[in-house]
Design a protein. Structure first.
Length: 103
């Protein structure tokens, strides 16, 4: 099996494996168990958030304001295959830009 095949298989099966097997381990911390359960759909939605001395707003609140604080940028490291013929992968840094729709 190639590294490319193994990486694709891992990406497709890890979440299901994690959910299935994490409950079998008795000495885990609470946050790991909550992580295995997945996202909570019963959440409160806010129109703004204050973190690390920054105010972040949702797009809807931002449209009513003179200050624009709904744009965000995330720097991420991703595994990338330069082409479909390549068997070696490279780790690259990627910038992702977006607008906060909900908080």
């Amino acid at each position: 099996m190639s590294k490319k095949w193994a990486l694709k298989k891992h990406n497709k099966t890890f979440l299901l494996w994690f959910k299935k097997n994490v409950h079998a381990i008795s000495n885990l911390f609470g946050f790991v168990l909550r992580l295995a359960r997945g996202p909570n759909i019963d959440v409160i939605i806010y129109d703004g958030y204050y973190i690390n001395n920054y105010y972040l707003y949702s797009k809807m609140k931002n449209d009513k304001s003179k200050v624009q604080n709904s744009g965000v940028m995330l720097q991420a490291k991703v595994v990338h295959f330069p082409s479909s013929k390549d068997k070696k992968f490279v780790t690259v840094s990627m910038s992702c830009f977006g607008i906060i729709q909900e908080i």
